[in-house]
Ligand binder design. Structure first.
Ligand code: ATP
Length: 241
């Protein structure tokens, strides 16, 4: 499998002395789901924002064979690098459909419309409420809308930041199952940030464990298929720093 994205020696600084990410390197094969796991403050969101072009970063980022390190967030969206932020950030006083339209701002009118239908097919829960204000949706539905808005942009790489945050496990499962079936049809790759290993295992192919801005461990999903191996990884990488 070829690599869609390769990150080499990525470092992120906030000000002169605060280093949030320290020489992180990993690859995302085409069509795969790569998870970044770590406690609060481990640097996960900073890595995602750097890949999305939303914050400056050192190091090299190669997407579809081209160096994209210097590109703006807008240029990256055009190439298919799309970030779905933690905390959802949908527009509450716009309707579900209007929120989706925002996600496809760079598409032609016709393409935007057919894309919105595709997203609403994927998430029937919000299709029923397409003309309602987004603030009226439940937490789970808002998460579906946020992911749906990301899918509107025709991503090749979806950067999903803690989609399970604040959601009931059953809803998280539903969101992940939908995403799983969508990506197997569309060759979409996903970088998933999570704190919840069990949920992450439902969808991911490989996992990187982060601590203090560094990658401290790597496992394939197959290596974590039995619960003893999962517990060992949790103890080794996600326990107290
Ligand atoms: P969380 O799950 O809490 O978002 P995270 O693993 O995503 O954690 P980051 O949000 O990337 O971690 O934060 C990594 C480090 O960078 C932390 O020490 C955090 O305090 C710091 N940091 C994050 N954003 C800023 C900022 N805008 N200014 C200064 N420091 C920041």
């Amino acid at each position: 499998m070829t690599d869609l994205l390769t990150i080499s020696d990525l470092s992120v600084f906030y000000g002169a002395s605060a280093q949030a990410v320290d020489s992180v390197s990993f690859s995302v094969p085409t069509g795969s789901v790569v998870a970044l796991l770590g406690a609060n403050g481990a640097g996960k969101t900073s890595i995602m924002k750097a890949i999305a072009g939303l914050i400056p970063a050192e190091g090299r980022q190669v997407f579809e064979g081209e160096d994209v390190s210097g590109l703006s967030a807008r240029e990256r969206v055009k190439r298919g690098i799309v970030y779905v932020p933690e905390g959802r950030e949908i527009v509450g006083d716009m309707t579900v459909r209007e929120n989706l339209t925002l996600g496809g701002y760079h598409l032609s009118g016709r393409e935007r419309k057919s894309r919105a239908e595709m997203v609403l097919d994927l998430f029937p829960e919000i299709a029923n409420k397409a003309d309602r204000h987004a603030w009226r949706l439940s937490g789970g539905e808002q998460q579906m809308l946020a992911i749906g808005r990301g899918l509107m942009a025709k991503p090749r790489l979806l950067l999903l930041d803690e989609p399970s945050l604040g959601l009931a496990p059953m809803l998280v499962r539903r969101v992940f199952d939908r995403l799983g079936s969508f990506r197997s049809e569309s060759d979409l790759a996903i970088v998933l940030v999570e704190q919840n290993l069990a949920m992450t295992m439902r969808i991911c192919d490989e996992l990187h464990f982060l601590r203090g801005g560094r990658i401290v461990g790597h496992r394939t999903a197959a290596e974590l298929s039995d619960s003893a191996a999962r517990q060992e990884a949790i103890d080794a990488y996600l326990g107290a720093a």
